[in-house]
Ligand binder design. Structure first.
Ligand code: AP5
Length: 210
């Protein structure tokens, strides 16, 4: 079993690398952001409660996120998982332990703020395949259409300048303390996330994939 947490600021490339590593290792990629967007699109009761938090970039209340994650993780039967974007605060990290959800390594994506802003400002998203592109760094083959399904690419609502600024602030206020939390447990692995997608793929696989 391989069980990882991907930690880091918004736009650090956690989702991009989790997609790659989960395919390569045949493990599940669980993004709480994606699970929440799904609930919001389907207009479920949980989604309606979460909507305003996600759109402004504030953390969704713990009880909602923990409920969604627990439901999802119960169904996993494969060789492991990557938790992308969970935990986001100490209470969520403790809830993993309470529910006996094991973490082998917490991978911290270290990145500069200016790089994060550039990545989020140009991000494009396929609402069907849930794949991310970037207008400059990872452009689709055809203008504004998904390479897989041809659907028109969109921008995420929370990728506007005000929400980006808030998400970065929320990260430093609430999620950053987890670095020390996992460091003390001897589980923290730093990755320099300022590099190209391919350079990070290789490094990540060498460090935690084998
Ligand atoms: P979530 O969906 O988790 O968003 P996030 O943490 O803000 O992270 P992002 O998805 O923005 O960035 P990423 O690091 O995955 O980067 P990506 O690979 O896409 O959460 C959204 C919201 O849901 C939260 O704000 C909150 O409201 C709520 N939420 C989620 N989890 C929660 C929790 N546990 N508790 C409470 N609330 C929760 O890359 C970004 C862009 O850069 C892409 O365009 C990509 O193509 C490009 N790119 C990636 N890597 C590179 C590279 N190396 N070089 C150049 N470009 C690159």
């Amino acid at each position: 079993m391989k069980r990882f947490i991907f930690l880091g600021p918004p736009g650090a490339g956690k989702g991009t690398q989790a997609d790659y590593l989960s395919d390569k290792l045949s493990i599940e990629h669980i993004s709480t952001g994606e699970l929440l967007r799904q609930e919001i699109n389907e207009k479920t009761a949980l989604g309606e409660k979460a909507r305003s938090f996600v759109e402004t970039g504030d953390l969704v209340p713990d009880e909602i996120v923990i409920e969604i994650l627990k439901e999802h993780i119960r169904k996993i039967r494969g060789a492991g998982y990557i938790l992308d974007g969970y935990p986001r605060n100490t209470a969520q990290a403790e809830s993993l332990e309470e529910h006996e959800i094991i973490v082998d390594k917490a991978v911290l994506f270290d990145i500069d703020k200016e790089t994060v802003v550039k990545r989020l400002s140009g991000r494009l998203y396929c609402p069907k395949c849930k794949k991310f592109y970037h207008s400059e760094y990872r452009p689709p083959q055809k203008d504004m259409a998904c390479d897989n399904c041809g659907r028109a690419l969109v921008r995420r609502k929370d990728d506007d300048p005000v929400s980006i600024e808030n998400r970065i602030k929320v990260y430093f206020d609430q999620t950053h303390p987890l670095i020390e939390y996992y460091e003390k447990k001897g589980k923290l692995e730093h990755i320099d996330a300022n590099r190209s997608v391919e350079a990070i793929h290789k490094d990540l696989f060498k460090r935690i994939g084998r």
